[in-house]
Design a protein around this ligand. Structure first.
Ligand code: FE2
Ligand code: FE2
Length: 153
């Protein structure tokens, strides 16, 4: 699987999670519930962002200027992570609620940018074989290497 397809598949999961969290945020939530939501998103988001930064960005770096306004791109994952940490560590439910809404807004924008600009740029400049290799490295991190068929005793 190409790394771009793997990351895109993860985005699909995030979109569903964000939708679900957004629905929950239409009513006031307890701080405990907000902590729980932040913890859930943080764990997944840190792994996703790290895979992008470690695997996809290095070979893509020389081409990032093509799509401009990419100064912030590197920082956005870190900002989102920081916002989730603030929710997780806060004790004021109203503040945490607002922070969570802002985080969702930024995360949706960030994902949209990656889907419209970053992943297509990777597909344009990185060979299919290299994208597959990076995809294999991604799967290895998650221990998703193909299951070997069982041999009968
Ligand atoms: Fe990202
Ligand atoms: Fe992403």
């Amino acid at each position: 699987m190409k790394i771009t397809d793997a990351l895109l598949a993860e985005h699909t999961v995030f979109h569903s999670l964000f939708e679900c969290v957004e629905k929950q945020l239409t009513t006031p939530l307890s701080i405990e519930r907000l902590h729980l939501l932040a913890e859930l998103l943080l764990g997944l988001f840190e792994k996703h962002g790290k895979a992008e930064h470690d695997l996809l960005l290095p070979p893509l770096e020389p081409f990032l200027h093509e799509i401009g306004h990419l100064e912030n791109f590197h920082k956005e994952d870190d900002i989102i992570i920081e916002m989730l940490r603030q929710v997780q560590e806060g004790d004021n439910a109203a503040f945490a609620h607002q922070k969570m809404l802002k985080m969702l807004h930024l995360a949706n924008e960030h994902f949209d940018k990656e889907e419209r600009c970053i992943f297509p740029l990777a597909e344009k400049h990185i060979s299919e074989a290299s994208l597959e290799e990076l995809g294999a490295a991604w799967a290895l991190r998650k221990d998703l290497s193909p299951v070997k068929p069982r041999t009968n005793p």
